[in-house]
Design a protein around this ligand. Sequence first.
Ligand code: 2AM
Length: 485
Amino acid sequence: MKAKSDIGLLGLAVMGQNLVLNMNDHGYTVSVFNRTPAKTRAFKSGPAAGRDSVIAAYDLEEFVQSLKQPRRVMLMVKAGHVVDNFISMLVPLLDPGDIIIDGGNSHFPDTTRRTHDLAQKGLLYIGTGVSGGEEGARHGPSIMPGGNKKAWPAVRDIFRSIAAKTPNGEPCCDWIGPDGAGHYVKMIHNGIEYGDMQLIAETYHLLHAGCGVSTEELGAVFERWNSGELESFLIEITAEILTVKDTDGTPLVEHILDAAGQKGTGKWTGIDALELGVPVTLIVEAVFSRALSSYKSERQEASRHFSAPNIPFSGSRNAFVEKVRTALYAAKIVSYAQGFMQISAAAHQNDWKLDYGSIARMWRAGCIIRSRFLGEITRAFEDNPKLKNLLLAPFFADAVRKAAPAWREVVIEAVRLGIPVPALSSALAFFDGYRSETLPANIVQAQRDYFGAHTYERTDHPRGEFFHTDWTGTGGDVSAGSYNA
Ligand code: 2AM
């Protein structure tokens, strides 16, 4: 067969199928292959029917041979060993300079390993985050590629043409960085998504269960919020979700069991944050909130032992709704500030040079966390590429300063009513910690030195000088080794 396809896509689950159709819509000839041939057949005669430039292959060698050189093979298969298996089957069929792209939800250390292993074999590897679900894949996802930069010129045009576009028309796809940087940024995206979802859920809970605002009214509230600074895909779909009725005419959400599932990218973000020592409290709270929700039967039992404080909400509901909106906005700023702190720490650790403004631009459209707010984040990093923390950017500093009083009131009210707001309140605790010149870590250091001779630094001596005290008069003056977390 004469090689004629611009790219080959391997893995025809719905994301893979939709990416093929999207690429084909943009003028690219695409070869397709799937482990189960029946799915390839069904795709070719179904969604891809009538598309001569979608070429079905039923043999891996035939698939590879159908591609123009340098060959571009994109894997859209289950993350984990399936990716490694396909890579090892592809390697003997490819030539030096050919490119393998993994567009699945791979864990970034795997992508780093594969990039290096394949470079040794003369092959170029890209691990790319693809976000936006089925709809995004079909009509414009956010694409976050990283790995071997030598491969970028060969895939740049395809990726940027199929990617979502910002309101200014810029593609939500650019080169992220080496190794697993693309999958890393996708992982943080998913972690932030957990945080955003949890924050929205908390505002719903507080206003509904705490203040008695009906689900229908809340649908209208979220719709209103979506026309302001909170404008985002997640607020938009929440507004819509709240209006959907069950067969009996009552809101469907009120019949959905309150036990949240998770696939693991939020957990990866949390584990990585702990490894790096970055206080990404909000994402971790969101992961733990899902975990706590899954203790449904135990919670039912506990609810019989402990009742909520019997203090009804008093005050103006409308005014409180606006305060909750403000609190949500402030907490969201903290969440993104934490997410970028984590990306920055990883960049430092791995020696990646990342463009934070460009990352925010890639999330501006196409993906689940797309929002108006991300445009401001891009602007903040463009105004000051050396920005230490998003919270210190004038725009966000000003926004948080203005929001803080309402945010505090909301958390106080939630605590008073007994409505859990772990993300809203931990974001506030983080903010108060971050803005405090003095924290009680002196006590922690004294305790560590007392029981373990871990030493401490002094406020009246230069950093790096360590002291040990014989606190009880009975210890020695030998100190233990220490490190700063
Ligand atoms: P399938 O259609 O043959 O199941 C998403 O699940 C994609 O990954 C599908 O294309 C699926 O192929 C593929 N996949 C999942 N597990 C696989 C495995 N163990 N080996 C090969 N392909 C697999």
